[in-house]
Each structure stands twice: as C-alpha cells, then as structure tokens.
Design a protein. Structure first.
Length: 484
C-alpha cells in the first residue's frame, strides 16, 4: 500500500490475507474511522442493511453443487482465455446463412410509429429508439435497452443539462455502436432484435407529465416513451411472438428499467407468456451521509429522487400498480430500496466504486481519472469512496434474489459507471470472465432453470478504488493510486 491518502474503506469485510498485509489492514481501518461511524443495524425495510460487517469476500460463482474456483467462474465459459470475443456467423435453421452482425441501428420516431403525440423529449421533439434487427431474420429473442443520461428535477437543474439530453433534433439517422459494447456485434446479443431507447426526457424513464404542468418547464415523458415503444414493438415488430425479452438499461436507464420491470406484464405491455429477464447496469443508488456538509440536491441521491417524485407527480409510475408498496413513494425509484423488491429475475452489473455515484456525493465537476485527481487533501475523498464501496458491496451481495440464486451479480472494484455501453462490456474480465460472459450465462440460466445457475462474479481481492488488476479504467499515478 502507498500513502494513507490512497487507502479506501470498506466495512463489508476484507478477503483473507497473509500476515505481511496485516499492518496494511490496520492502516486501512484507521483511515476509514472518520468516514463511517460504524456498522448500521438492519431493519425490516428492504435495502436498509448497507454497512454491516462481512468476511471472507472472494471472487466466486455459484455452481449447482459447489462454488466454482477462480478458474471456472461460469459454467459455460472457462476463465483464463485471452482470445478476443468474435461474433460468429450463426445459422438460421429456417433460412440457412444469416446476415453479418451489425454495429449500426436505424432511428425510429416513437410518436409516429406508436401514434402517440405525447411520447416526446423535454423540448417536444419526438422520442426515438434505434432499431437493429437480429443477424438471423427469424430470431425470436429481443433486447430492449434504456439509455443512460441522468435526470433533472426542477427548472434550474434542467437548464444546466446538455442540449442533446433535452432534444432529439440532432440525433443521427444511423447510430454506430462500439463493437464491444452491449449493442455491438461482439456482444452476446448480436443475434437478438435490438432496441436502444436514447434518453432525451431527463427523467430516468419515470415521468409522464407535460410542460404546462411541469415545474421543470419541460416535458417529462420518459415512462410514456417506454410504454409506447413496447406496445408498438408487440403490434408491429413481432415482439408478441418472441421467445425471450431481455429488458434493461444503463445508469438512468437501469433505474428506469428497475421501475418498469415488474409492470411489463401487469400493464399489458408485453404478452403474459413472454419470458422476461432484467439486465440492470449501475442502478444502485444508495443513501450516504453527506460529504463535507454538501447537502444540496446536486450532491444527494435521495434528495434528488424525492424531488423527482414530488415535481413529476409520478407516484403511480413509481409504485407500478402495486409492484412497490414502500411507505414513501420516492424509495420505489431508489435502487437501494427498489431492487430488493423485484420479482422478475435479473442480472445486475455494478462497481463498488461507482464513479458517478462517488463524484455526485463528493461534489466533483469531473470524475477522477487520466485527467483529474481528487482535490487536496485527497485522503478524505478516498476514505469516503471506501465507505461508499462498503455499503454498495453489502447491499448487492445480500440482495434476497442473489441469496436465493434466482438473479445474477457482476461487481467490480473499477472506477467506472454504466460500463455495458462501452467496450469494457466485452474486453474487461475478472479472472477471465467479462460482463458479456455473465450476461450470456444469465440468459442460459434463466432459460434453463434447475440446470444452470445465475452468475455470481464479485471482486473482493482488494479494497482500494480501481484496485482490480483487470480494470481498464485508468487513474493518474499522482492521484495517490497506481496507474491502471
């Protein structure tokens, strides 16, 4: 370990280590003492246990009869392979050879195809999705993915957003994806009918209120865009006859997918017979004590979510027709409290040191990385990041669905956020296992219950920001941690 400023903090436990590292462990605990007062007590409300102690954290996977070791994390993919994932040209049993997998998608206007004039962006321009048909014409598997992009909760926060977050007027007719991203041709979903909804509603897909009723002086219509798109896909694109729907998103999209996941069949948006699997990348907002008295909504996730619930008048959407009955409606849109309630199986991808989450709480204009370090004194920032990581770790690894092995988990220690939208989805690997591998395993387990198991890939080999040797995110050496 380096200087104290480079130490993170996690009260969720530390992997077993030799005597040579005991001094380091003691220093780690001392550096965290000011960041967290001590383990919280779990109460009955879901998500409340976020800082209790744990032990023996290791990288592992749940197997049918025993935990696999680090060389065999997933049942269908052996770790340790350095070969680049390449899209294989599949064969369609009905039509013979299939098309070459594509990295491009065609823009579609939701108000036009769904005949819903209110499915619009903040500025009234059309909500859009990008359509990329499966490599094989007769494929009956679907991926519907809600895009990232944050949110705003009042007129001031909406006025601070980038124009491209508020309007679709400059969106290209053809979108080109990174080939190693979840939508790319190296993704395990390349032979799915792929739908990517680009967010321009600034509401994490949770709003349905017009400009005239909005204190933000914008349209908040994300939930309407999602529902209109799904109805259109069922009627006009063939989703009604699908054999599988993977429904998810990244960042704000993951939080939106979290809210809608259990309502898709309840509200008749997809057929009752359709198998649905969630794929949630970075949905896990957590409550944290304020950092250095930063108490504004810009630096407080739960206050943001409370203002969203109040100003968007979206309690009905958040509660989802009984899908969430928590006492306070805003918690139905907050990952720490909503994810434990989900009944639809899912794979959740996240980093213990979620870059966006930490930067928000610490009031940083830029993420730490290749261009920026934490402000001095850096030690306080690293201690807070460690406390954040400990809460995320315990919250995720104690999710009831994960404990029951009905849902999967892929958790890194990297300085990242919403990684599935970037090349790290395929390229970055924990002991040889990528997020793409975990997604493929989750689908396999979901479609073969009792025969396959959901992936459980959690890095706990170190307890410092971006400490995983596999992390493709980089931090300047003079930021107090080694260059990755």
């Amino acid at each position: 370990f380096k200087a104290k400023r480079s130490l993170g903090c996690s009260f969720a436990g530390v992997a077993a280590m030799g005597a040579a590292r005991l001094a380091c462990l003691l220093l780690l605990l001392l550096s965290c003492a000011s960041a967290v007062s001590g383990p919280e007590q779990c109460v009955d409300e879901p998500g409340s246990c976020t800082a209790s102690a744990g032990a023996g954290r290791v990288v592992k996977a749940m197997g049918m009869e025993e935990d696999f070791n680090s060389l065999h994390l997933l049942q269908t993919h052996l770790a340790g392979s350095d070969k680049k994932r390449e899209a294989k040209l599949p064969t369609d049993p009905a039509d013979g050879l299939c098309n070459e997998p594509s990295n491009t998608a065609q823009k579609v206007s939701v108000p036009e195809v769904a005949n819903d004039a209110d499915a619009v962006c903040n500025d009234g321009t059309p909500g859009v999705y990008y359509w990329s048909p499966a490599s094989c014409p007769n494929s009956s598997k679907w991926l519907v993915f809600l895009g990232s992009g944050g949110w705003c909760w009042d007129a001031e926060s909406c006025s601070e957003r980038w124009p491209s977050s508020l309007s679709s007027k400059d969106y290209p007719d053809i979108e080109t994806y990174d080939p190693d991203s979840i939508m790319g041709n190296h993704s395990p979903f390349h032979n799915y009918n792929r739908v990517y909804l680009r967010q321009c509603s600034s509401d994490a897909w949770m709003g349905d209120i017009g400009k005239n009723q909005s204190v933000g002086q914008v349209h908040w219509r994300g939930a309407r865009i999602v529902r209109a798109t799904l109805r259109h896909l069922v009627v006009d694109r063939g989703l009604a006859e699908a054999e599988l729907l993977v429904f998810g998103g990244a960042s704000a999209g993951a939080r939106g997918a979290m809210v809608h996941l259990d309502t898709l069949k309840k509200f008749g948006l997809v057929p009752l017979k359709l198998p649905v699997l969630g794929l949630l990348d970075s949905p896990y907002y957590i409550e944290m004590p304020s950092f250095q008295n930063l108490t504004t909504a810009h630096n407080n996730y739960n206050l943001q979510t409370q203002l969203v619930a109040k100003n968007m008048h979206n309690e009905a959407i958040l509660r989802g027709g009984g899908a969430c009955n928590l006492a306070e409606a805003w918690k139905c849109g907050f990952g720490q409290y909503r994810v434990p309630l989900l009944k639809t199986p899912f794979l959740l991808i996240d980093s213990q040191y979620d870059a966006y989450g930490i930067a928000t709480y610490e009031g940083l204009a830029h993420w730490i990385g290749t261009q920026h370090c934490y402000p001095e004194p850096q030690g306080a920032h690293y201690s807070f990041a460690g406390a954040f990581a400990g809460r995320v770790y315990v919250g995720l690894t104690t999710l009831p669905q994960v404990v029951r092995k009905t849902s999967g988990l892929y958790v890194t220690t990297c300085n990242q956020h919403a990684a599935s939208e970037w090349s790290v989805f395929v390229k970055q690997k924990i002991s040889g296992i990528s997020m793409a591998d975990a997604a493929e395993q989750a689908v396999d387990a979901f479609m073969n219950p009792g025969k396959k198991m959901m992936p459980y890939v959690v890095d706990d080999t170190c307890a410092v920001l971006n400490c995983g040797q596999y992390c493709l995110s980089k931090i300047k050496a003079d930021c107090g941690v080694g260059l990755r």
